[in-house]
Design a protein around this ligand. Structure first.
Ligand SMILES: Nc1nc2c(ncn2[C@@H]2O[C@H](COP(=O)(O)OP(=O)(O)OP(=O)(O)O)[C@@H](O)[C@H]2O)c(=O)[nH]1
Length: 308
């Protein structure tokens, strides 16, 4: 495949890596231009690697959005960490995301830097959330903090939510890619199905509407996903999903007084599903209890978190 400027086409995978909540999924969504991954102010929103595809005239950049690096406390956490390690083997470059307001290197950051050393890939320090900074001096401080710990090839300050400096990041990532035919079909935006995305949108709304341990105990199973073509009046997308929690008490919280909480979640999810898929949506939500599903491999597999 020849791009318009006559240079050979490039294609490859680049990892977005960092602690929970630094904005990896927000950056993936901003670069792809549509939502491919759930975003919330709570740590560990992302649980599975999602690949988002950015197509430019010269290149196809496959962004590998990874779960936040954390100290796992159960099988789900270990599954998330395994995926991150596997992703690092597949990529040709790494974007290490940190926050512009960071004051010191955490133990998680140090662990990530060890993995980066082992991976031996070109790595950019991506300082996200620069919109929160009050002065340019504050940016120099955070850059110096991380630069002292690792010789990054590139330093790119940006804001994923404001969309600033994304073009510079894309340019740098493109320079890492080998000459190659596109890895994915050109019209594809992500490596997951619409059904998967629907489940993630519902789970994101649970994260946004619940507190403490409840969001982390939740899995969403999309039981049925019928596109308008399959639905009798041919105009609505019809989705039935179970929100699975670990304890009866969590189920009561999720349903809320007279069903108020689950209704709020359903309305928020319907609104986003409609704008994502471009059809009116009928969302049927059920809450189920599966004790300790996060603690066993079998429980994880039942919730769709299987090792590929
Ligand atoms: N102010 C500001 N907030 C941001 C920016 N980027 C992301 N955020 C917010 O940071 C929070 C975490 O964003 P996510 O994209 O879910 O972070 P993540 O790194 O994918 O998180 P995990 O799934 O826990 O690994 C959300 O509330 C985002 O809106 C930014 O550029 N500026």
């Amino acid at each position: 495949m020849e791009p318009s400027n006559g240079k050979p086409f490039r294609s490859g995978c680049v990892a977005l890596l960092g602690r929970p909540n630094v904005g990896k999924s927000s950056l993936a969504n901003a670069l792809v231009g549509v939502k491919i991954a759930a975003v919330s102010p709570k740590a560990q929103t992302t649980r599975q690697v999602v690949r988002g595809i950015v197509q430019t005239p010269e290149a196809q950049i496959v962004l590998v959005d990874t779960p936040g690096v954390h100290e796992p406390r159960h099988e789900l956490g270990r599954f998330m960490i395994r995926q991150i390690r596997e992703a690092l083997e597949e990529v040709v470059g790494i974007c290490f995301l940190v926050e512009a307001t960071d004051q010191r290197l955490s133990s998680l950051d140090r662990r990530i830097l060890e993995w980066i050393r082992e991976a031996k890939r070109p790595t950019a320090l991506v300082v996200n959330k620069v919109d929160l900074l009050k002065s340019p001096e504050a940016l120099w401080k955070v850059v110096a903090l991380y630069q002292d710990a690792y010789p990054f090839e590139e330093i790119i300050p940006l804001s994923a939510t404001r969309g600033s400096n994304l073009d510079v990041l894309l340019e740098r990532m493109t320079s890492w890619l080998p000459e190659s035919e596109p890895l994915f079909p050109e019209d594809l935006l992500m490596d997951r199905t619409e059904r998967f995305l629907a489940g993630e949108i519902i789970r994101e709304k649970v994260f946004l509407e619940t507190e403490q341990e409840v969001p982390h105990s939740v899995a969403v199973l999309v039981e049925s996903f019928k596109s308008p073509d399959e639905y009798p009046d041919r105009k609505r997308l019809s989705i039935r999903a179970s929100i699975v929690v670990e304890k009866e008490g969590q189920k009561i919280i999720l349903i809320g007084s007279q069903g108020a909480k689950i209704r709020q979640i359903r309305l928020a999810a319907e609104e986003e599903l409609e704008s994502t898929f471009g059809h009116p949506v009928n969302l049927d939500l059920w809450v189920k209890v599966r004790p300790h599903w996060r603690r066993s491999e079998q429980g994880l597999r039942q919730m769709g978190y299987g090792d590929s």
